[in-house]
Structures are given as C-alpha cells and as structure tokens.
Design a protein around this ligand. Structure first.
Ligand SMILES: N[C@@H](CCC(=O)N[C@@H](CS)C(=O)NCC(=O)O)C(=O)O
Length: 203
C-alpha cells in the first residue's frame, strides 16, 4: 500500500500525485501543513521525511523522498511511463535532472514571491530568476515545436512530462506567461483521465 504526503501549494507534491492519479496507482493521501514549523508536523511524517519536505511517498513500508526520485521509483515499478526500456529511462532521467536544476529552480521561487510575498533575499534575485525562467520555458517550447505530443517520442506521456509540468500549472500564480507549444502540451496533460488542478488534487 502506498501513502503520499503533500500540500496543495507544492508543485513538487503535485507532480507525484498527478502521476499517481493518471497512472491509476492506488494510494492514500495525507496533507502536511508545510506552513508550521517542521517539529510540529506529525511524527509519522517527520520520521519519513529525511529532508523535512513534501512530497514523501511511503511504499511497502519504505520512505521515498524528492519528487523526481519518487517518479523514477514508480515508473520502474510499473515498468512503464518511460521505464519500458533502459534507453527511454535514460531519456526520462535526463529530463528529470534538467527539471530540478532549471524550471524547478526558478518557477517555484517566482510563484512563491508573487503569491506569498517577497522576502529580502528574493528581491535581489528576482530578475535573475525571471531571466532563467524565460530561457528554460523556451527550451521546452522549442523541444515541443516539432509537434510531438509529449517530451519523449510516442503516444503516451512519461514521467518526464509529469516532472516538468508540476510547477507550470502554477505559472498564472507566478504572473508568468507560458509560450504556445508549452501551453498546448499543458492542455494535453489536463485532458488526461485523472487530471485535476493542483488545488483539487492536493487540497
Ligand atoms: N527537491 C524537492 C523539493 C521539495 C520542496 O521544496 N518541498 C517544499 C514544498 S514545495 C516543502 O516541503 N516546504 C516545507 C519545508 O521545507 O518545511 C523535491 O523535488 O521533492
């Protein structure tokens, strides 16, 4: 049995729960209040969350942390969603690594600033993060410009798509534009059976 800990404001938790929902993987879900001090969260969560963050997936008694590592675990377990062959898994892993250092490094901070207010450090970093976002989202736009529906070849999405989309569904809250090809890809994702908006899936 699987159990996911998450929070509706977390795009990292969202990408995992969205994958679980679309892949129809049975699990339970518990919301963790990420706005209270870490030592006030449930003891079950504290024991499992080795970095103190959501998402955490408990699977067969073992705790998995870091959203992209969780996606890799699940895809390999299902032997699908990009883990059908070692070659496709390599391609997914590349996109997951890229996501963590690119889109996943600027968009969460820009959205956090726009939605929850800035802190002093972020004021100085805003222009740099914004420039990073424009560059990174354009890389995705060009990747999709040949008309392929998903990040990897084929008719079905993979964990690369789920990883990359997590925070892009919050772009409006970050007051950021999404280029056309990326928006069309997000629209395809939101047309998948099981898709729901972050606040509905994690609330
Ligand atoms: N690199 C991590 C990032 C996880 C993360 O930043 N989680 C945030 C919410 S988006 C969190 O738990 N914040 C509360 C805290 O750090 O106490 C992943 O991919 O899972």
């Amino acid at each position: 049995m699987k159990k996911l800990f998450g929070h509706p404001d977390s795009g990292h938790a969202y990408k995992v729960r969205l994958f679980l929902a679309v892949a129809a993987i049975e699990h339970s879900y518990e919301q963790v209040d990420i706005w209270i001090p870490r030592d006030q969260r449930s003891s079950e969560f504290q024991a499992a969350a080795s970095f103190g963050e959501v998402p955490v997936l408990i699977d067969d008694g073992r705790a998995y942390v870091q959203s992209n590592a969780i996606l890799l675990h699940l895809a390999q377990q299902k032997k699908g969603w990009g883990a059908e062959t070692p070659e496709r898994l390599d391609l997914c892993t590349q996109w997951l690594m890229w996501e963590a250092n690119k889109i996943g490094m600027c968009l969460p901070q820009l959205r956090s600033r726009a939605k929850f207010g800035s802190d002093a450090a972020l004021d100085g970093a805003y222009d740099w993060l914004h420039a990073r976002y424009l560059h990174d989202v354009n890389v995705l736009n060009e990747e999709l410009a040949d008309g392929k529906p998903w990040m990897l070849s084929g008719d079905e999405p993979t964990i690369a798509d789920f990883s990359l989309c997590g925070y892009l569904f919050f772009a409006d809250e970050a007051k950021l534009a999404v280029p056309d090809q990326v928006q069309a890809w997000l629209d395809r994702l939101s047309g998948l059976a099981g898709w729901r908006h972050p606040y509905h899936l994690l609330g």
